[in-house]
Write a protein that binds this ligand. Structure first.
Ligand SMILES: N[C@@H](CCC(=O)N[C@@H](CS)C(=O)NCC(=O)O)C(=O)O
Length: 419
């Protein structure tokens, strides 16, 4: 039984777990589960009858047993508050580890590229696993597209499953050039966990995207996004259609690092620190640091086209993938409510500027991003209702003129386009 399943099966504290006999007695005859719609492989559980039921059906039955159709309002509110809060704390403690103050502490990625080795190693066939809602995976899609590596490094696009894991659907219908969910193009795996597990030596840890896979060696090369984008930027120039584009040129590396030290903890991870904070104090700290960093960046971008001057760099790519999700998701779902990106004069133009660089918009599947957060990844939105797209965040608005060319001496998009 997976961690998630066992977690969901744990009874809320004030109630005793009903006995198996009781559950079996109240279980309705199982209906066929619409697997396609659920988009996750649900293991079948046996009952003592010849029929089978899924964990989801079992849970629904338990819930119906615990909560009759109507309760006096006060009892209903206090019961739901207690069970909801207990379940939320349990889920957060297991899935979003925190320090003693309740601040989210992101787990460290397991598979790393040794920076001293990757340049010398001759790459065998590399494959990239991504998921569209994920900002860390989005970084890799952008660098792959800008470097002209779409043919050299194929990509499989996983979809979020209802149990929080990454799963593969059949190939989606193409929407122009937009990246859409796909099957696993390497071995036809049904889940990303299957892919991770198929490495020699197996694997039982977190199965995250992005993940770079060595097809011949059947090995995870790396599952840390920043290392993957550094590698795509400089490690595959022999295969890239745009080898002349350097998103981390030596003369800018120090400045890129300086911006990363501000943007990563306070903005990229900062939105998660807001959303996953487990105490008011932890949230207050995270949200103040987030908006103070956004103010700093906005102020800087008044006079600078990109973070490090006239040239787009990896620091911009990393900032962009959080900004594009900000008003769509983080502002509402992660309580990053002080301001929206659209209210920042420079940040919004900067986001549009990057969105309009050829090939970047293709990597931004705004609907998949909203679905991923509001319907799948973390059950922070139990009603599963996807809010309406906020104004200033849709494709037409993002395609409007940004007027930022005048800030740069050189035409950056010409450099990017030279593929
Ligand atoms: N530090 C990693 C973070 C990757 C990450 O957290 N990915 C999330 C999606 S946004 C994931 O795949 N989570 C699945 C899980 O934790 O099981 C990176 O930058 O690559």
């Amino acid at each position: 039984m997976s961690t998630t399943t066992s977690l969901l099966l744990s009874p809320p504290t004030p109630f005793r777990r009903p006995t198996t006999t009781t559950i079996a007695t109240i279980l309705p005859p199982p209906k066929p589960t619409p697997q396609k719609k659920l988009r996750h492989s649900t293991p079948k559980m046996s009952t003592n009858k010849t029929t089978t039921t899924t964990p989801t059906q079992l849970l629904t039955s338990i819930t119906k047993l615990l909560f009759p159709k109507s309760l006096p309002p006060q009892l209903l509110i206090s019961t739901v508050r207690t069970t909801w809060s207990a379940t939320w704390h349990l889920m957060m403690s297991q899935l979003a580890p925190s320090d003693p103050s309740g601040s989210y502490t992101r787990p460290v990625s397991q598979f790393r590229i040794n920076p001293n080795h990757h340049q010398q190693q001759l790459p065998s066939t590399l494959h990239l696993y991504v998921g569209l809602p994920c900002p860390w995976a989005h970084r890799t899609l952008i660098v792959r597209a800008l470097k002209g590596l779409n043919d050299a490094v194929a990509v499989s696009v996983a979809s979020p499953g209802l149990d929080g894991s990454w799963v593969f659907d059949d190939d989606s219908i193409r929407i122009g050039d937009k990246v859409v969910p796909t099957r696993d193009k390497v071995a036809g795996a049904k889940t990303l966990r299957e892919v991770y597990k198929s490495r020699s030596g197996g694997y039982d840890g977190r199965c995250t995207v992005p993940m770079m896979w060595d097809v011949e060696k059947k090995e995870v090369v790396c599952n840390e996004s920043y290392e993957i984008i550094e590698f795509l930027n400089s490690g595959l120039n022999g295969l890239a259609k745009n080898p002349g584009l350097d998103l981390a040129p030596p003369e800018l590396r120090e400045r890129i690092e300086e911006w990363n030290r501000i943007v990563y903890p306070n903005i990229n991870n900062g939105v998660y620190r807001c959303g996953f904070a487990q105490t008011q104090e932890a949230y207050n700290t995270a949200v103040n640091e987030l908006f103070s960093a956004l103010d700093t960046v906005d102020d800087h971008l008044k006079g600078s086209r990109y973070l490090c001057g006239d040239k787009l760099t990896l620091a911009d790519v990393c900032l962009f993938t959080t900004l594009i999700r900000f008003d769509l998701v983080y502002n509402v779902m992660f309580k990053c409510t002080k301001k929206k990106v659209v209210e920042y004069p420079s940040l919004h133009g900067y986001m549009r500027d990057i969105y309009q660089i050829p090939h970047v918009a293709e990597t931004c599947n705004l609907e998949a991003i909203m679905d991923g957060y509001y319907k799948f990844l973390f059950p922070l939105n139990p009603g599963n209702i996807r809010p309406i797209m906020p104004s200033g965040s849709d494709h037409d608005f993002l395609s409007q003129k940004h007027h930022r060319e005048s800030l740069s001496a050189s035409q950056q998009s010409a450099q990017v386009l030279a593929s």
